[in-house]
Design a protein around this ligand. Structure first.
Ligand SMILES: [Cu+2]
Length: 257
C-alpha cells in the first residue's frame, strides 16, 4: 500500500501540472466568460431565462499593443456547418434547436470601446456585433457584454448538447485581409476556408464556443436516444466572409477594403 501511494503522488502532480498548463493556455485565449449554459425548456417567450455573458479578451497582440476593436459572429443557422458527434451532417439546426436565430444581443457598454453595433442578417436577426474605439493594453483583460435568450432544444431530437462555435477577431491594427498577422490582430475563428481563418497565426482554428446543455429533467431524451448526441453549429465560410467585417455608418472600417 505504501509503495502504491509513493507511485501515485508523482503521477498526480504530473497530471496537475498538465491540467494547469492546459487551463492557462485556454485562459490566455479569447473565450466566453460562461462557456456552458442550460437550455430553457419552457415555452418560447414565456419564462425563458436570459444569460448575461461576456466575450473575454485576455490579451492583445503582443507587448506594447492595444486591442482597439473586436468583431464577433454567431452562426446564422442558414448555411451553417452542422456536426453530430463530430461528423458533418446535412441536417439543419432546426432539427435540433426549436428556436434558433436572433438568440444573442449585444449589451450596450461604452466603458471600454466607445463605439459598438449589432450585425444583422437581411431579416433583421442579430448574427453578431462589433466594438471599436478602445485601447486595451496587452496585459489587460476586457469584457464585451452580450446576452443569450433562451435556447430550446428540439424535444423530438436526440440532441443532448449544442455547441455554438463563434468567429471572433481582436484587432490591434486595422489592415486589409492580406495584412492579417500576429502582432496586428488575433483571430479566434473556426478554420472553414474563409478570409478569417488566419493559418499559422496564434489563435488558428481555436474559436470560442457556447455550449447549450439539454435540460434532461424538463426535456428528457427518448430512451431510443441512449446518452444523446453532441451537436455542433459552425458558421460557414460564406457567412464569415459576409459578417466578420466591421461596418460603421455604412462604411467598412475593418478589414480595409
Ligand atoms: Cu492566446
Amino acid at each position: 500500500m505504501t509503495k502504491f501511494k509513493q507511485i501515485q503522488f508523482p503521477i498526480h502532480s504530473a497530471l496537475a501540472l498538465v491540467l494547469l498548463a492546459a487551463s492557462q493556455s485556454v485562459l490566455s485565449h479569447t473565450r466566453l466568460e460562461i462557456p456552458v449554459i442550460l437550455e430553457s425548456a419552457g415555452a418560447v417567450g414565456h419564462g425563458g431565462t436570459n444569460v448575461s455573458n461576456n466575450v473575454v479578451i485576455s490579451h492583445g497582440c503582443g507587448d506594447g499593443t492595444n486591442v482597439i476593436a473586436s468583431s464577433v459572429v454567431f452562426p446564422d443557422g442558414e448555411d451553417s456547418i452542422i456536426k453530430v458527434n463530430g461528423v458533418q451532417t446535412t441536417s439543419a439546426i432546426h432539427d435540433f434547436v426549436s428556436n434558433w436565430g436572433n438568440r444573442n444581443q449585444k449589451i450596450m457598454n461604452h466603458s471600454v470601446f466607445k463605439f459598438e453595433d449589432e450585425k444583422m442578417d437581411p431579416l433583421g436577426n442579430v448574427v453578431g456585433f462589433w466594438v471599436k474605439g478602445g485601447a486595451v493594453p496587452d496585459y489587460y483583460t476586457a469584457f464585451v457584454p452580450f446576452r443569450t435568450s433562451a435556447v430550446v432544444i428540439e424535444p423530438t431530437s436526440c440532441a443532448a448538447s449544442v455547441k455554438v462555435v463563434l468567429g471572433i477577431a481582436d484587432i490591434c491594427k486595422i489592415t486589409n485581409v492580406a495584412g492579417f498577422a500576429d502582432g496586428k490582430l488575433n483571430l479566434w475563428t473556426p478554420a472553414v476556408g474563409s478570409a478569417y481563418d488566419g493559418p499559422g497565426m496564434h489563435g488558428y482554428n481555436s474559436p470560442a464556443t457556447l455550449t447549450v446543455m439539454r435540460d434532461l429533467d424538463k426535456n428528457p431524451l427518448d430512451a431510443a436516444c441512449g446518452a444523446g448526441d453532441a451537436i455542433e453549429i459552425i458558421p460557414s465560410a460564406a457567412q464569415m466572409n459576409r459578417d466578420m467585417p466591421i461596418v460603421h455608418n455604412g462604411t467598412q472600417i475593418w478589414p480595409k477594403p
